[in-house]
Every structure is written in structure tokens, then in C-alpha cells.
Design a protein around this ligand. Structure first.
Ligand SMILES: NC(=O)c1ccc[n+]([C@@H]2O[C@H](COP(=O)([O-])OP(=O)(O)OC[C@H]3O[C@@H](n4cnc5c(N)ncnc54)[C@H](O)[C@@H]3O)[C@@H](O)[C@H]2O)c1
Length: 302
């Protein structure tokens, strides 16, 4: 079945999302839009020239209106973080951009994926402004943090990250929570792994939490890993894979806050939210994260 994907915002992140989607091979049509139309055109031309190396897909630069009939649309529009700036500092500028874009997608039949930061608050803004069911508005949330955690743990234990089952939940940002108590490596609880000691946990959590700042300091943006995460969300939806991913969505049971929990992602969107095992400290930290996000949203909705 031909599937079409739109990407709005073709800066660092949008361009990486685009190439990851093409490599993943599930889209037959990739539409790109940017307020700097020439940038989207340039990316479309450049990506088209790689056609002999990926599964056939047409790539075109279009206006946002031309994306209203796509199967999924990714929002990577807005500005990126600056050195020393927290993700919540981006809030006001990017909320305005997402609100206006989401309003254009009222009645949309596809899946809406938010990448722009602060991604959790903007997932909430998109859900509210588009009026779409909350399972069809997915933020990439802590998927990137979870990927970073699995990579760092795999590297430090000398195990392939695919065999590391560990998750980051809550806010994609400073209040995020690593679920150490349920982390497993090949079926063995991490805390029972030979040579593991709890004093390794805080430095790894800090490394994961501050990874973006370290990358931005060096190259000005983060883009490749988030491009791969976004393509994984799209593939799970468009191929109805039912992967469990730590994506962000609005949680009616959590006062309507959008944050990440392990969630089954398939054709219906981010549907079944799992309740992972958590220690009392982790539960308290997750509640704190929800409060931080609620306050962030309230700071712009007054
Ligand atoms: N969720 C995550 O894990 C994650 C990871 C990395 C980056 N990000 C976020 O992704 C966003 C994009 O980052 P970037 O580095 O690509 O920034 P960028 O500045 O390189 O690109 C953003 C693009 O959006 C375009 N744009 C702005 N407003 C627009 C609008 N209304 N319509 C169409 N296009 C518009 C700009 O012209 C620009 O090309 C940032 O908010 C960044 O913080 C999120």
C-alpha cells in the first residue's frame, strides 16, 4: 500500500528524519515543507539524487496544505536549543509555531508526530489545537533518552544495546527519570549484573540527561539519532508493528499532561500505555516530572 509522509521543518532534524525515513523503506512519497521554501526544495533535490540507493520513493517540496492527505506528518519546525539554554526556554517561541501548524490539521486522518522541543508540552499544545484523538498525537518524548541510555549501558557492560532493556520516562528534559529498578540485560536484572554497583547509576543518568547539551556545544544541534527515533515511530505506526516505545502522549489519567511512558505503538497510534515497575523513588520522580510539565504548560496558557 503506498504510504505518504510529510516533514514540516527541514533544518538539521527534519533533514535527518527525511533520510532515515527513506532508508527505512516504508514510505512511497515523502513531502517536505519549510517556511524557507528553498531549503525544502534543496533538501528534496539532494535526497532525490540518492534514489538508486533506497526503496523507490518520490521526494518533493510542497506547501503545508499539500500534506493534509498524508498518512503521517512530522513536525520538526521551530528553532533549536542554544548553548546553555534549557529545553523549557524554547517553549514560548515554538508553542506558537506548533499551535498554528496543528490548527491546520483539524480533521486530519493520519498520525501527527511532534519532534520540536520542548516536545512534551508541544505534544499537549498540538493535541489541544488540532482536536485529534490523543493517541494520534505522538511526541518522540524520551525515546531518544532511552536510546542513549541503552547505548551507554551497552558500551559500559560490553553488551550490544539491542540486548539492554532499560527505559527513561517522564519529561524529555531535565526532570526525566531512569527506571533503574526494572532495567534488564538479556533477562538479568541490571542490579544483579556482575560488577554492577549502584554508584554507577547517577553519573550515567547525568550523561544521558546532558547528552544534547554536550552535542549542541560541539556541533550546534542534535539530529541523527532523533531522525532514527522518529523513523522508528513512523514505521511502527505505518506497518502496525506494535512496538513498545517510550513516546510522549497526553495522559487523561495524569491530569492531561503529556509525557513519556512505555506505550504500544501501532496503526491506531500510541494506544496502550504500560505501567512499568517502579520503585517508590522512581514513582515520586515521575510525579515530579508531571508537575514540571504541567507548570510549563500553564506558564504559556494563562
Ligand atoms: N525531541 C527531540 O528529542 C529533539 C531532538 C533534537 C532536536 N529537537 C528539536 O527539533 C527542533 C528543530 O531543530 P533543528 O536543529 O532542526 O532546528 P533548525 O533551525 O535547523 O530547523 C528548524 C526549521 O524549521 C523551520 N520553520 C520554523 N517555523 C516554521 C513554520 N512555521 N513552518 C515551516 N517551517 C518552519 C525553519 O525555517 C528551519 O528550517 C528544535 O525544536 C529542536 O530543539 C528535538
Amino acid at each position: 500500500m503506498p504510504l505518504s509522509v510529510g516533514v514540516i521543518g527541514t533544518g538539521w532534524v527534519g533533514a535527518s528524519v527525511a533520510i532515515s525515513v527513506l532508508h527505512a523503506g516504508f514510505a512511497s512519497e515523502l513531502l517536505l515543507a519549510d517556511m524557507r521554501h528553498e531549503l525544502a526544495e534543496g533538501e528534496a533535490m539532494d535526497l532525490s539524487h540518492g534514489a538508486p540507493f533506497y526503496t523507490t520513493a518520490g521526494v518533493r517540496a510542497v506547501d503545508v496544505d499539500a500534506m493534509l492527505d498524508t498518512d503521517a506528518v512530522v513536525i520538526a519546525a521551530g528553532r533549536g536549543g542554544k548553548p546553555g539554554e534549557s529545553r523549557l526556554d524554547l517553549l514560548r517561541d515554538n508553542a506558537d509555531t506548533i499551535r498554528k501548524l496543528a490548527e491546520q490539521f483539524r480533521g486530519y486522518r493520519g498520525l501527527f508526530v511532534v519532534v520540536t522541543n520542548p516536545v512534551d508540552v508541544l505534544t499537549y499544545v498540538a493535541a489541544k489545537s488540532s482536536d485529534l484523538p490523543c493517541e494520534r498525537i505522538i511526541g518522540t518524548g524520551t525515546m531518544l533518552d532511552t536510546a542513549r541510555l541503552r547505548q551507554v549501558l551497552g558500551h559500559s557492560l560490553r553488551v550490544d544495546p539491542h540486548s539492554v532493556h532499560a527505559q527513561v520516562v517522564g519529561e524529555h528534559g531535565d526532570s526525566e527519570v531512569v527506571l533503574w529498578s526494572s532495567a534488564h540485560v538479556g533477562g538479568t536484572p541490571l542490579r544483579e549484573w556482575a560488577g554492577w554497583s549502584p554508584d554507577r547509576e547517577a553519573p550515567i543518568a547525568t550523561e544521558v540527561r546532558t547528552a544534547a547539551y554536550e552535542i549542541i556545544k560541539r556541533k550546534g544541534a542534535t539530529n541523527h539519532a532523533i531522525g532514527l527515533c522518529t523513523a522508528a515511530v513512523l514505521r511502527s505506526v505505518l506497518r502496525d508493528q506494535h512496538q513498545v516505545l517510550t513516546v510522549s502522549r497526553v495522559h487523561p489519567a495524569l491530569n492531561g499532561v503529556a509525557l513519556s511512558l512505555p506505550t504500544v505503538v501501532g496503526a491506531g497510534g500510541a494506544t496502550t500505555v504500560l505501567e512499568p515497575e517502579m520503585s517508590a523513588d522512581e514513582k515520586a520522580a515521575l510525579n515530579k516530572s508531571a508537575e514540571v510539565l504541567d507548570a510549563a504548560y500553564k506558564s504559556i496558557s494563562g
